[in-house]
Ligand binder design. Structure first.
Ligand code: DCS
Length: 530
């Protein structure tokens, strides 16, 4: 009989909690789930924790460090580094969040006509016309319709709203797919190395095995089918059931954009090997080179003549990246095609456990990102100017030359000398450092330079039980206030060392960052040169 004080406890739970009354602490690090203990996420790992300590010291002990601000190069979080939100998106969100504004006479003067019309339309499809209620667990039907329409117009192939699950950013989509596929450590997921550490963390948390495949740094982080096949066969020979292939395109941390032919090979590979293709396409709007274009895997598969049932494909997208950079709003979708209705029903069931799988503002935002203003709409020109401004600035930061103006007062306050320095942007700056090579960022938001560290530096790192790239990143932070992520967090070919940095700091800050980087690196190499 359940006790009156714990009416719903099972007998076992009653016994366990009685045992907890003893002196030993109920929860210790040793007694928590080892999967939680062992899971790591380098993007916000030990270097970031150290930077937070330094940030605190900068506030409390001014002048204590040789820099006066911490420069966060570690996270792809555009608005935290000054990127402005797209006006049209925010206007629609504000109006949807506060519908009485739609009836005010001033609103027409403050908001664009198409933002008002869009907000009215969106409210019409949201049951209860409010962003404050739970929606259908998979997302508001009318917003899934809009996302499907956006995908269809992007790809030129139809999309079914019943295949769309709206999510709080891309992260929950990855977790739900891992939860679906991983039954035990005998289930493996083929993952690129280097990879975005959400994948290693999620596979670990769900108790599966990460089956690595290496991207080839010497060919600009190329994805070779022979390497996929080799790793797949090796995993199978060890008794691992490989269930899915993760492809991040454009790549994080590598910045590579897959060529169409390569994507076709990947589709064929997944089809013939019976693998789910988990296509992380969150950087679909971040391509900076003229000779490459983003193509969704769905479009590639359909253009090869494959029907829905021919390929198990999950494509994920997020409002956090692109030119929108709305990381804090938490919106995204996954498009799940090729799965049976029974399996999709199970995904739906798990989504219902979350009540409302995605917050409503995130749902609205992803519907806007997939259906931005079109030519002829009142907002189009200003929207397009904002979008192109952000994308071209990102492209410049990734590769192109930019100018730094140094204004030096020389003789008197009336005599100002303008020195124009053409400083190579980040990629070239890294390539200009002794022992550093950096591939071109074709897309996404990062550079992943390789550090050829002197043996003495590798040994010094070993003495303090640190990986050489962690050692380097820590020294860089202590000397300059620049926060980067050590390559070990993403995985790398053993014996190679990298760091990842975003291309997001505002352009005017980059010359200062580059000169700090140069000075640090020279001193580091000087100290440890063999
Ligand atoms: N997939 C990739 C490839 C990512 O880079 C990220 C975030 C996500 C999924 C998850 O994003 P959301 O959950 O916000 O949609 N990238 C992190 C990174 O590497 N730096 O900043 C965030």
């Amino acid at each position: 009989m359940p006790s009156a004080s714990r009416p719903y406890s099972s007998p076992a739970a009653v016994i366990d909690s009685d045992a907890m009354d003893s002196a030993a602490p109920a929860v210790t690090v040793e007694s928590i789930n080892p999967k939680v203990l062992g899971c790591e996420y380098a993007v916000l790992g030990e270097i970031v924790s150290h930077s937070q300590r330094l940030q605190h010291e900068l506030q409390n002990k001014p002048g204590f460090h040789p820099f006066n601000e911490i420069l966060y190069f570690n996270v792809g979080n555009p608005q935290s580094l000054g990127q402005k939100a797209i006006t049209f998106f925010r206007e629609v969100l504000v109006l949807c969040d506060h519908p009485p504004l739609l009836d005010k006479s001033e609103t027409r003067a403050l908001f664009s006509g198409d933002a008002i019309a869009r907000a009215r339309h969106i409210l019409d499809v949201i049951p209860g016309r409010t962003t404050g209620a739970y929606s259908d667990s998979l997302g508001v039907k009318g917003l899934r319709d809009a996302v499907a329409a956006g995908i269809a117009s992007r790809d030129g192939f139809p999309a079914n709203p019943d295949d769309i699950f709206l999510t709080d950013g891309a992260t929950p989509a990855v977790h739900i797919i891992m939860q679906l596929l991983i039954r035990s450590e005998k289930d493996g997921i083929l993952c690129p190395i280097p990879q975005y550490p959400l994948y290693s963390a999620s596979i670990f948390l769900h108790g599966g095995s990460l089956v690595p495949y290496y991207l080839d740094e010497s060919t600009g982080w190329g994805l070779e089918i022979a390497e996929l096949k080799k790793q797949l066969d090796e995993a199978r020979s060890k008794g691992i059931t490989v269930r899915a292939l993760v492809v991040i395109n454009p790549g994080n941390p590598t910045g590579q954009v897959l060529a169409k032919e390569n994507q076709k090979q990947i589709v064929d590979f997944c089809k013939s090997e019976g693998l789910v293709l988990l296509a992380d396409e969150v950087y679909q709007d971040n391509v900076y080179v003229d000779d490459k274009k983003f193509n969704s895997f769905k479009k590639i598969a359909r253009s090869m003549g494959y029907e829905d049932a021919d390929l198990l494909l999950v494509s994920i997208q997020s409002v956090s990246k692109g030119y929108y950079g709305e990381c804090g709003k938490r919106g995204g979708y996954m498009e799940v095609t090729g799965f049976s209705d029974e399996v999709k029903e199970q995904i739906r069931k798990v989504a219902t456990v979350n009540l409302c799988f995605s917050n409503i503002s995130g749902q609205i935002l992803v519907s806007l990102v997939m259906n931005p203003p079109k030519i002829g709409d009142e907002s189009y020109e200003s929207f397009n100017a904002e979008k192109q401004g952000i994308l071209s600035s990102l492209a410049r930061r990734a590769k192109v030359y930019h100018h730094s103006i140094i204004i030096t007062s020389l003789l008197s306050r009336f005599c100002v000398r303008l020195c124009w320095f053409i400083i190579q942007a980040l990629e070239d700056a890294f390539n200009g450092l002794e022992g550093v090579t950096c591939n071109k960022a074709e897309g996404a938001m990062y550079l992943f330079p390789r550090l050829h560290l002197p043996q003495k530096a590798i040994e010094a790192a070993k003495v303090i039980n640190s990986a050489p790239d962690v050692f380097y990143a820590r020294r860089l932070l202590d000397a300059t206030g620049i926060v980067v992520v050590p390559g070990s967090g993403f995985g790398q070919v053993p014996g190679t060392w990298h760091i990842r940095c975003t291309i997001l700091p505002q352009e005017e800050k980059i010359p200062g960052i580059i000169s700090r980087l140069h000075a640090f690196h020279e001193a580091f190499m000087q100290q440890f040169r063999d």
